[in-house]
Each structure stands twice: as C-alpha cells, then as structure tokens.
Ligand binder design. Structure first.
Ligand code: GSH
Length: 242
C-alpha cells in the first residue's frame, strides 16, 4: 500500500518536508489532495480524514500521513515515523534522537518564517498586518536567520563523520529539511539569506549537494514540485527583505 500524504494541494508548506523525504527515498506514495475527487482525492478527502469521527487520534492540521491503520500528524512526528522506514534517519537511539531534535529546531525557524508575514493573526490578511510584519521580518532577518544558520553550520562542522551531513555520514531527513529551509529562506529573503549563507559555507554546500542528488533533482524538475508562492510559508514580499 502506498503511503498517503495529506496536505494542501497548492502550496509547498510544511508538507514539503514530508514530500522531500518520500521523494528522496523513492517511496511509493500518493499526495491525496492533489488527486482528482473522482479518484478519491481533493481537499474534501483531506477534510474527511481530519474530521473522521471514527478516529480518536485525528491530526489537528495537515500535514498528516496515513499508513494502514496509522494516522500521524505533526511534520516532525511524521518524519520520526518515516525516517527509519525510508532509511533516512540516524541509526540507533542517539542518532535517531539527534535527527529528530534537528527537525524540531528546523520546525521552529519555519514557524518564525511564517510569523514574519502573519505576526498578529494567522487568520487575518497580510495586508492588514503589514506594519507589524515589517518589524517582525527585520528582527528575523537580522537576528534569527543568522542565529539558526550559524547553529546548523556548527552542527555540520562538529559532526565527527565530516561536514557533508548533519548526522553521521548518511543522508537523513534532517539534511533534506535543511535543504528546504535554505531554499525557502532564499526565496522569501534573498538578500538577507545570501548574507547569512556567506558566513555559513557548510550549510550552503549541503544545500547544493542535496539539490544535486538524482532523486531530489528529478523531483525538483517534475510537476510534483509546486513552485514557491505567496500562499505558502515562505513568501516573497520585497518590503520584508533587506
Ligand atoms: N506544528 C504543525 C503545524 C501544522 C500547521 O500549522 N499546518 C498548517 C498548514 S502548514 C495548517 O493547515 N494549519 C491550520 C490551522 O492551524 O488551523 C506541523 O509542523 O505539522
């Protein structure tokens, strides 16, 4: 049975961290909400799963993954589940936990990136919170992007197995997520991200190396990769960069 990924069909969003892991592993999966309704897909299928009264453990929000009887929400928990199954997690308790810790830290910066364009309310339009967004984005650009990327740079440099991967000498979902984080930051804040990456060469190299991997490269060229847009988490508003 293919894994069923449930996520909004028109954005990369947080679903992209799961898509990348499935794609990089060559896993058999369906992106349910992107299938036509006639094939059991669409947002209605996603909504039906979320609101399933027979599931005592329904997820709060997409993304969530269905694998047989298992339904798991929260991006980092989905990757914790998939990692060992796809061969994309550090092996053993210590490395597995470290991979998960890295993912949770990446989730923190992703949430902060989201809050630059929605600092007051997720439910209100960007245009109605633009002044606060400009203040929030400035702090994110000047303090938070460098702080997170510098920390990830140190993780790479201190990895006893070398600076090509975050965990040991193998590709993990944390590497894929760092690729996606850098891609997203580069889209949303091209000037600030270029400045930060100039000081974090190992992070920049990891981004380039992941992008070159055959399955990742093929995925990025395919119609399955949704382009960044201003409905997603990483949004390009010129006034928020600098
Ligand atoms: N911490 C959760 C956040 C999930 C989340 O915020 N999902 C968004 C889309 S990226 C959503 O649809 N949220 C609906 C809501 O919060 O009401 C994760 O990492 O998966």
């Amino acid at each position: 049975m293919p894994y069923q990924l449930h996520y909004w069909p028109t954005i990369q969003g947080r679903g992209e961290f799961v898509r990348l892991a499935l794609e990089a592993a060559g896993a058999d999966y369906v992106d349910v909400a992107r299938l036509p309704e006639s094939k059991g897909g669409g947002e209605s299928a996603l909504g039906a799963r979320l609101g399933d009264p027979n599931n005592a453990r329904a997820a709060f929000a997409p993304p969530f993954l269905v694998d047989g009887d298992i339904v798991v929400g929260q991006t980092a928990a989905i990757l914790l589940y998939l990692g060992p199954r796809l061969g994309l997690s550090g092996v053993g308790e210590s490395d597995g936990l470290w991979t998960h810790q890295l993912q949770l830290t990446i989730a923190d910066v992703v949430a902060e990136a989201h809050d630059t364009h929605h600092p007051i309310s997720t439910g209100a339009y960007y245009e109605d919170q633009r002044d606060a967004a400009m203040q929030r984005a400035r702090a994110f650009r000047e303090e938070r992007i460098p702080k997170f990327l510098n920390w990830l740079e140190q993780v790479l440099r201190r990895n006893p197995a070398g600076d090509l991967h975050l965990v040991g000498d193998m590709l993990t979902y944390a590497d894929l997520s760092l690729f996606q984080l850098v891609d997203g930051l580069h889209y949303a804040f091209p000037k600030a991200t270029a400045r930060a990456l100039a000081r974090t060469p190992a992070v920049e190299k990891l981004h380039a190396n992941v992008k070159r991997r055959q399955r990742v490269h093929d995925y990025l060229q395919s119609p399955r990769r949704i382009a960044f847009n201003e409905d997603g988490i990483f949004r390009r508003y010129a006034e928020l960069d600098g």
